[in-house]
Ligand binder design. Structure first.
Ligand SMILES: Cc1cc2nc3c(=O)[nH]c(=O)nc-3n(C[C@H](O)[C@H](O)[C@H](O)COP(=O)(O)OP(=O)(O)OC[C@H]3O[C@@H](n4cnc5c(N)ncnc54)[C@H](O)[C@@H]3O)c2cc1C
Ligand SMILES: Cc1cc2nc3c(=O)[nH]c(=O)nc-3n(C[C@H](O)[C@H](O)[C@H](O)COP(=O)(O)O)c2cc1C
Ligand code: SF4
Length: 670
């Protein structure tokens, strides 16, 4: 066994876990009550051997609905449904606990249909809705609700209960933190007073579940919030709550909605960023197990964290969303086969914010586990010869899945390397992690012995020559110099073909050529056509260390408005801290006249002329690379041949959709 410590059993309270890997609680948006999708989603990870599953955010009271599609547990009707889930998980010798949660002020009455409750009537920074300051009766009612929810958890045959909201700026944390608690009664002011609500909840939960039942809680190691909890205070809080002798574990997380990015840290944060906080708390606590979580992707690193004594167990959330077999692969010594989470937050966290079920950029099975299972892919009834044209993420995924279904697959890529746009994205150093998507698919294709042909620009002649049964076009899209509808019917922009203008992909393609990049040492303008995503913004961040002045122009209402929300704070911190970056949201490019660029304010239509611009990088419309597809379709018009398009070649979108298209189409090839 390579990771002895990670796979050693651990006793937490009265419960023994077979290993030290805990799939930490997370909202999924899969429904208000346990349903078949939720069961299949959890069973898939239990099957891989995870030690314990924490079922995420579950509202204990009608005043605390985080989102309308999240779990609720405020009456006994949930118990029979709980039993279905817990009995399914227990077949795999995995323990399962349920979070019981209250968001306090960090929500909206639009979702709950009820006013919000909080220690003080101060709105939070995101929802900006003033909550009701909790009166004594409210405090009593919510403490009771926690207890009743905990009782339902026991009756639903869970192995334990996790008291949620001690971190992330949710209700218990709101009491704990000076940032949100301005009370002058015995629940506010001194630390002892601010911890009182948490202790009331812990006492009542313990009373309802009995002495032997597993009870855990989360705490923030640091709220990263002005006036909020710091590690020094977190240690004191941890001591008070564990001195009750009523908690079996603490898991150390971070943040409030002020510092939302630290709640689910994306690729802009270092791996294991919260380990030092768990470590500091563990050093002071002896009667309670301490868990750490947060970008612990690699089992080797997880092992190191345990060996160095920073924590008793390791929490992983997105790593198991991205690869349900993470545990099995780590245990069997196949870590190189893990589909590592790339920290993009595009499918998981962002979908939750879109009030839909979560997904994953490179795991299309998330939320569809009852339908799809890559470990048991149904073999196709008839073995077909499948030709996949284009070796970007869509083509690579299609080739992988078709091969797994038993087809004979040949994949063609005109560049020397597979990967498509991922090769461009990862050229920007701070986006290197996105390259993990390509690395994973490359490895899969090698293991499946797919006939991979690089450096081959496929044309009709080649296709006619090999005459495959199925042709999948995954030829992607290209960045154009044409603007979207804001620029009138033809989308033309005067001066966009000047010699000092390049598209984003031209820029990235040539990033390793000194004579090319030296042209960008002066004043550079990056123009977004409306996508306002990493395609343009990634370039700005990169240029900050390189160019004299950079101006970013976007018609978006603010910079990065279409990025996953939790990616914004660290991004904006970077952009606003560079003195050589100017940001111009609500502006669009009007025309380029040599070294002058005219932009126009969207709402008053006023012109603004920027002089002395040496180079302009444009991220305008993307256009499908579909001409070969249409020619081949015409060539075979009298034959019943399956010819399909996927990914950006079908419609330019993002990597998630490209990979999901590929997966879905591959499953339909019989
Ligand atoms: C700069 C930039 C940043 C981006 N950032 C993000 C991001 O942060 N997140 C995100 O989700 N998406 C991002 N995208 C979008 C994402 O890259 C695409 O949606 C995704 O790559 C589409 O995958 P695909 O396989 O359909 O196409 P591509 O990745 O474009 O791959 C198509 C492949 O087909 C090959 N090909 C074309 N014609 C032929 C032919 N005749 N014969 C053989 N091969 C051929 C091409 O060489 C290419 O390798 C970004 C795009 C760009 C340009
Ligand atoms: C989509 C999503 C939803 C989450 N919801 C919750 C939640 O309901 N309760 C909770 O305690 N943590 C929640 N988290 C935080 C995770 O449990 C975990 O602390 C965080 O993702 C960092 O760990 P990771 O890097 O292993 O993903 C959520 C994370 C994600 C990605
Ligand atoms: S969507 Fe991105 S961050 Fe979320 S689990 Fe998948 S790879 Fe990780």
């Amino acid at each position: 066994m390579k990771f002895n410590m990670l796979f050693s059993p651990i006793k937490i309270g009265g419960v023994e876990l077979k290993n030290r890997i805990v799939w930490t609680g997370h909202g999924t948006g899969f429904g208000n009550v346990i349903n078949n999708n939720i069961i299949a989603y959890n069973v898939r990870r239990a099957r891989s051997g995870v030690g314990m599953i924490v079922v995420g955010y579950t509202s204990i009271h009608p005043t605390c609905r985080l989102l309308p599609n999240e779990l609720i547990c405020w009456d006994d009707s949930v118990i029979p449904e709980y039993k279905k889930l817990t009995s399914a998980i227990h077949k795999y010798d995995t323990k399962i606990v349920s979070q019981i949660s209250h968001i306090g002020r960090q929500g909206g009455s639009d979702y709950s249909g009820s006013h919000l409750l909080a220690p003080s009537s101060i709105s939070d920074i995101v929802y900006q809705e003033v909550p009701k300051e909790m009166e004594r009766e409210d405090i009593q009612e919510i403490v009771d609700s926690y207890g009743n929810a905990a009782r339902r958890v026991t009756e639903g045959d869970f192995d334990g209960v996790e008291i949620h909201s001690g971190y992330g700026g949710y209700l218990i944390a709101q009491f704990l933190s000076n940032y949100s608690n301005r009370r002058v009664d015995e629940y506010g002011g001194s630390l002892e007073n601010r911890v009182r609500f948490a202790v009331d909840v812990i006492n009542n939960v313990r009373k309802k579940v009995g002495n032997d039942y597993l009870v855990g809680m989360q705490l923030s190691g640091d709220e990263f919030t002005p006036g909020g909890i710091t590690i020094e205070e977190a240690i004191k809080i941890a001591k008070i709550v564990t001195d009750t002798n009523k908690l079996d574990y603490l898991i150390i997380k971070a943040g409030t909605y002020f510092s939302m990015n630290t709640i689910v840290p994306d690729f802009q944060h270092p791996v294991g960023m919260l380990v030092p906080f768990a470590s500091a708390i563990k050093a002071e606590i002896s009667n309670t197990r301490i868990g750490t979580v947060g970008r612990i992707n690699d089992p080797a690193y997880a092992e190191q964290v345990l060996k160095e004594g920073h924590a008793d167990f390791i929490g992983v959330c997105r790593p198991l969303i991205s690869d349900p077999d993470w545990v099995k692969k780590a245990r069997d010594g196949n870590s190189e086969d893990i589909r590592y989470c790339v920290g993009c937050n595009q499918g998981c966290e962002q979908y939750l914010f879109k009030v839909r079920g979560i997904s994953c950029t490179h795991n299309p099975e998330v939320g569809r586990e009852s339908e799809y299972d890559e470990e048991n892919v149904p073999r196709a009834a008839i073995k077909k010869r499948v030709m996949v044209i284009g070796g970007g993420p869509a083509g690579m995924k299609a080739a992988e899945m078709c091969a797994r279904r038993g087809h004979t697959v040949a994949l063609y890529e005109k560049e020397r390397e597979l990967g498509g746009n991922i090769n461009l994205i990862k050229k920007i150093p701070f986006r290197d992690e996105f390259g993990g998507i390509k690395r994973f698919l490359d490895n899969r294709l090698r293991k499946l012995d797919v006939d991979v042909n690089t450096g081959v620009d496929v044309d009709e002649k080649m296709i006619a020559g090999s005459d495959p049964d199925v042709i999948i076009f995954a030829t992607g899209a290209h960045s154009t110099r044409v603007g979207n509808r804001q620029y009138g019917a033809d989308g033309n922009i005067d001066g966009i073909n000047e010699k000092n203008v390049v598209t984003d992909t031209e820029f990235l393609r040539n990033l390793d050529k000194d004579d090319f990049t030296s042209r960008f040492r002066g004043n550079v303008m990056v123009v977004d056509g409306g996508e306002n995503h990493w395609r343009s913004i990634g370039t700005v961040v990169h240029l900050a260390e390189y160019s004299r002045e950079i101006t970013y122009v976007t018609p978006g209402p603010f910079v990065g408005h279409r990025l996953p929300p939790l990616s914004l704070p660290p991004l904006l911190q970077k952009l606003y801290n560079y003195s050589n970056i100017s940001l111009m949201p609500n502006y669009m490019l009007d025309c380029i006249k040599e070294n002058s660029v005219v932009v126009r304010q969207l709402f008053n239509n006023k012109e603004h002329i920027l002089e002395d611009i040496d180079m302009v990088i444009v991220s305008m419309d993307r256009k499908t690379n579909d001409s070969l597809y249409f020619r081949v379709k015409e060539m075979y018009k009298d034959q019943h041949k399956r010819i399909v398009r996927i990914g950006d070649c079908l419609a330019p979108r993002d990597t998630l959709k490209a990979i999901h298209d590929a997966y879905t189409v591959a499953m339909t090839i019989q």
